[in-house]
Design a protein around this ligand. Sequence first.
Ligand code: 3PG
Length: 222
Amino acid sequence: MRPDPSPSVAESMSRVKEFGILPVVELADLKQAEPLFEALCDGGLAAAEITLRTAAGLDAIRRLVAAYPTGFIGAGTVRTLEDAARVIDAGARFVVCPGTDPEIVTFCCEKQVLVMPGVCTPTEVQMALRAGASLLKFFPAEASGGAPFLKALAGPFGEVRFVPTGGINAVNLGSYLGLKQVTACGGSWMVTKALLADGDFETIRELTAEAVRVVATARGDG
Ligand code: 3PG
């Protein structure tokens, strides 16, 4: 039997569930951090996974955590223990990794920060659970078999909860959220690099609001 997550991890897990979507952000320009988060909030989603794929990522997390204390701001593309330590120090409420590194999972659990290691095989699911993860990123979701793959995992891993990410959009979001193993979905479709490059925060707001409506409909309260 796995140990229960710490209270702060459990709280972050409920927030992931409550939002239903984690926007995956690749920010080229630190100055866009606040306008971007404003657009997400205006669309109804005070949450963002800021990836470390750009030099601005770490500072953007620090800045947003300070500016939006009630926002749900975390880090993505965390691939090393050093990066995990840096983003937690910057105030990230959750840590998302593309793959499963047991050392990173254990470290985040010790720090009582929600970690979502990436998995796309049953072996990786077992490895992530063994390291202490309570919520797993199914990545790359569409390319790895999508919703049918998750349904197939439900036999041996019925109690495990996933955040599918990779190839998700407003059209297929509902089919994932309809699965009992899916806590939320991650994705960049409402905050693409192109929209950010154009500074098109209005479209980001509209796509976010649309995604929020899809979540509400999928959950039967839309
Ligand atoms: C991620 O890092 O989680 C993915 O790149 C997001 O996938 P998407 O861009 O296909 O939504």
